[in-house]
Ligand binder design. Structure first.
Ligand code: SF4
Ligand code: SF4
Length: 302
């Protein structure tokens, strides 16, 4: 998998953001990027993930998309959707990279508009994201709606899923994700931090309900869990987790790092993990989670 962080800049200021800066030196040099894209293989199955910061505010975003389309690459980008509700922006993007080939992942922090807007630091961002998703669906773009789970929203998991089912068709995937605590103030970390036991108390009933609906073909959307270890739910639901090996090796390019291979930054960072029967299959989570919560984060399976 190729992962390209076009810029670390962003037009939002989310409470749980691990990387935001307003410094344009965090933008990738476009000439270097062009060379890298030219050197990519012609394998049309190879996926390129564009991220940031907010990738759509990168100065050469459209040119990048055009070059990637010429290279026949499958592009997925991680976005706050701020620019994707604009018809002009979508029309221009559609010319560079047909939107029915595109996949995006966009985040909501809450099922309540006011709370989401507060978490993102931008009033109206909830409504904008919903509007953008509806527009993209009309173009045939594949959309994944991500909920970054924190202490502020974990009790809303069930309502969030119900909201998704009411608002969107099964074409919209649902991703539940842990967060990276790196770069947060101590106060924010404390407000956000959540143990696997707390997550499991909400995730188990939700996954039970999703299983029920899926078995009866009442909801066929893709549901998956990332950046969380297996003990965030009962082992009966491990099929929902992005497991070890599925992330694989990542070639990462940003202004700070040259294109180089690395493994996804994910660990099983507690001594208790060695006693856990799920150790071999567990994907672990961000190392920052263990730095913040230590052993208290996990609940080993015995
Ligand atoms: S939208 Fe993403 S990059 Fe921007 S501030 Fe929020 S978490 Fe950070
Ligand atoms: S290995 Fe550690 S993090 Fe993974 S399920 Fe077991 S206790 Fe949890």
């Amino acid at each position: 998998m190729q992962y390209i962080a076009l810029t670390q800049r962003c037009n939002y200021s989310c409470n749980c953001c691990p990387c935001i800066t307003h410094d344009s030196s965090s933008d990738l040099d476009f000439d270097i990027l062009k060379e890298k894209i030219e050197c990519l293989s012609d394998d049309p199955l190879e996926r390129i993930t564009l991220s940031g910061g907010e990738p759509t505010i990168y100065k050469h975003f459209f040119e990048v998309m055009r070059l990637l389309f010429q290279k026949r690459k499958k592009v997925i980008f991680l976005t706050n959707s701020s620019r994707l509700s604009s018809d002009d922006f979508l029309n221009e993007l559609n010319v560079c990279y047909p939107l029915n080939n595109l996949e995006i992942i966009t985040t909501l922090f809450s099922v309540y508009p006011g709370q989401h807007d507060q978490e993102s630091g931008v009033i109206g961002s909830f409504a904008n994201t919903i509007k953008a998703i509806h527009k993209l669906l009309l173009y045939g773009t594949r959309v994944t709606l991500k909920l970054c789970i924190t202490k502020n929203n974990y009790l809303q998991l069930n309502s969030f899923y119900d909201f998704m089912r009411t608002e969107f068709s099964d074409d919209v995937n649902f991703q539940i994700s842990g967060i990276d605590y790196i770069g947060m103030s101590e106060k924010t970390r404390y407000q956000m931090m959540l143990t696997c036991e707390q997550i499991r108390s909400q995730l188990d009933p939700l996954l039970k309900k999703i299983n029920y609906l899926k078995l009866r073909h009442l909801d066929n959307r893709v549901v998956f869990i990332s950046n969380l270890p297996l003990c965030a739910a009962s082992l009966d639901y491990s099929n929902y987790f992005v497991l070890n090996g599925e992330m694989g090796q990542i070639d990462y390019l940003s202004a700070q790092k040259d294109m180089k291979s690395r493994y996804y930054d994910s660990i099983k960072g507690s001594e208790l993990c060695f006693q856990c029967i799920a150790y071999d299959n567990c994907p672990g989570t961000y190392s920052s989670t263990f730095q913040v919560m230590g052993d208290a984060y996990v609940t080993p399976f015995r």
